[in-house]
Write a protein that binds this ligand. Structure first.
Ligand SMILES: Nc1ncnc2c1ncn2[C@@H]1O[C@H](COP(=O)(O)OP(=O)(O)O)[C@@H](O)[C@H]1O
Ligand SMILES: [Mg+2]
Length: 224
């Protein structure tokens, strides 16, 4: 039998790494949803510009130096980790880029088929570290590479932003699932309505806090 790349020896299909977007106005429940989605993951890194997640349950290390973070990754790679990284103000784009290239190196074994351990990279306030236009300005941006090819390395992505239209299209365009919460700005409602279909515009306008519309592939689910 020819073993497909995402198949184990027994033939079971391994879950493909996912890219999930969570968009909505301040206070609508985005970070809470992301905490819920990542609660049980044992190989997780939060990129946390506002230092909001450092006190989350189960965090095994908080870092503000990328070099120290890299050492900790190498130390804990096999036993598991739930790290929080707080980038330096003004350096978010550069540090996310560097972190992404490091994760690609770490996950080289997954790409080569020698292990099946996936990693989840969660980026809060994505419009800061991966703003609209960045892929055009820097085609070799590491996060853009993960958006396009991260699944081959077993790297799941979760990206959050209040302002989806200020997040580079390379992320939005490659999401396998998106949670659309309440939006305050008309330009963001437009982005959401384009993604969901104009029949959802009214529902979008009427969403309250903690309510969302989730879209994955051809399926759309309204959670009110
Ligand atoms: N589903 C929910 N039900 C009740 N309270 C919630 C829910 N989701 C979030 N909250 C609360 O609302 C506040 C804002 O949530 P948060 O996730 O920080 O929003 P955001 O990240 O969108 O700014 C927090 O105090 C949080 O505990
Ligand atoms: Mg938040």
């Amino acid at each position: 039998m020819v073993k497909r790349k995402n198949q184990t020896k027994s033939g079971a299909i391994i879950r493909q790494a996912q890219r999930v977007g969570i968009f909505g106005a301040s206070g609508c429940g985005k970070t809470t949803k992301a905490r819920e989605l990542t609660a049980n993951l044992s190989r997780l890194i939060y990129f946390d510009p506002l230092a909001e997640l450092a006190t989350s349950a189960g965090i095994t290390g908080v870092f503000s130096s990328i070099d120290r973070l890299k050492i900790a990754f190498k130390r804990d790679f096999c036993k598991g980790f739930r790290f929080d990284f707080i980038p330096t103000f003004g350096n978010e784009i550069k540090e996310l880029n560097e972190l992404c290239y490091f994760l690609l190196e770490l996950q080289g074994g997954y790409k080569a088929g020698t292990h099946q351990g996936q990693i989840t990279l969660f980026v809060d306030e994505l419009d800061i570290a991966f703003p609209s236009g960045i892929t055009q300005r820097d085609p070799q941006n590491g996060f853009a590479y993960l958006c396009r090819r991260g699944r081959h390395y077993g790297i799941n992505l979760i990206g959050i932003s209040q302002r989806p239209h200020q997040v580079d299209i390379c992320f939005r365009g490659n999401c396998s699932g998106v949670y659309w919460f309440r939006h305050a700005e008309p330009s963001d409602i437009d982005v959401a309505a384009r993604a969901l279909g104009k029949e959802y515009r009214e529902t979008l306008r009427n969403l309250g806090n903690y309510q969302y519309i989730y879209k994955s592939g051809g399926q759309t689910l309204t959670h009110l």
